[in-house]
Design a protein around this ligand. Structure first.
Ligand code: ATR
Length: 278
């Protein structure tokens, strides 16, 4: 029986066990996928002991994506670009790693906003760990300009330098000027996870009607930003699909079957969140 895990700190609220269990059931695979809380002081020994642990691999999430990147013996090209990993697997007694977050973002956009790749200029709100995969995915999709807007300008500048010529940095108030030229806006900040933050969310008035607004946060599913955008009649893409799509390559590595990201799976996760099917 193959075994896999997700670890982070904290990890109790992760939806990953639910979605991998759904796939194990759907494909009749005898296996397990469990949430393993590992305290920060134990993470290094946990990771180094993986080859002898009986696990085929697992996912790592906040706050371990960068530390795991430093510790693993080999990683894929996307992980090298992002400086972070989210998927581990044991191969030839070594821990190997990849990063499927950008893949998850791209597939979610392809599914819910087909045509997004033709929009040319994009805004990414936020310059933290989660923004890197989104910036990378947007550049890979062929966008001409990616504008990183962040409360702390210095962090946006560092990222723009890291990703090169098509990236530009702005402070939070730069958003107004960008609304005229950008048709894709992605929020990667934690803003909006607390429902009382609505008031400091960006003014969307300047964005034209054909703008796609996406949020990589999925709790709550309808973030204040997405609600505002929806009320203005703009196309919105929530963050749940990114979670579902990023999980598929890992499942295939550990259990040998590439799983489908279906509407039934989405509905299964939604009902666990107390939400209606969509
Ligand atoms: P993650 O790895 O999840 O991206 P992070 O590295 O802590 O987490 O980054 C959080 C992001 O949310 C940052 O872009 C942060 O802006 P700063 O770089 O200025 O800190 C942004 N963020 C968090 N709370 C915010 C708030 N109240 N207003 C504006 N931006 C906020």
């Amino acid at each position: 029986m193959k075994k896999a895990f997700v670890t982070g700190w904290p990890i109790a609220h992760s939806k990953s066990p639910l979605l991998h269990q759904y796939w194990l059931n759907e494909y009749g695979i005898k296996g397990s996928y469990e949430a393993l809380p590992v305290e920060p002081q134990n993470f290094k020994s946990f990771l180094l002991a993986l080859p002898d642990s009986g696990f085929a691999g697992g996912n790592v999430t906040i706050p371990y994506k960068e530390e795991a990147f430093e510790l693993v013996q080999s990683k894929d090209q996307t992980a090298e670009i992002l400086g972070a990993v989210n998927t581990l697997w044991v191969e030839d007694d070594k821990v190997r790693a990849g990063n499927t977050d950008a893949y998850g973002f791209t597939n979610n956009m392809d599914e819910y906003a087909p045509g997004w790749r033709e929009k040319e200029n994009a805004v990414v709100l936020g310059a933290g760990g989660a923004s890197r995969a989104v910036i990378h995915a947007i550049l890979e999709a062929g966008f001409k300009e990616v504008h990183i807007v962040n409360r702390t300008l210095e962090r946006a500048k560092t990222l723009a330098d890291r990703f090169g010529g098509r990236c530009f940095s702005h402070g939070w108030h730069g958003l107004g000027e960008l609304s005229g030229q950008c048709r894709v806006l992605v929020n990667t900040t934690s803003l909006g996870m607390n429902r009382d933050e609505e008031v400091i969310l960006p003014e969307l008035a300047g964005f034209s009607e054909d703008t796609i607004i996406s949020d990589i946060v999925y709790t709550p599913l309808q973030t204040p930003l997405l609600r505002l955008a929806h009320a203005r009649g703009l196309k919105t893409v929530d963050g749940l699909g990114m979670l579902l799509h990023q999980a598929a390559p890992g499942f295939e590595k550990w259990f040998g079957t590439r799983p489908a990201v279906s509407r039934e799976l989405r509905n299964h996760i939604l009902s666990s969140m107390g939400l209606d099917r969509s």
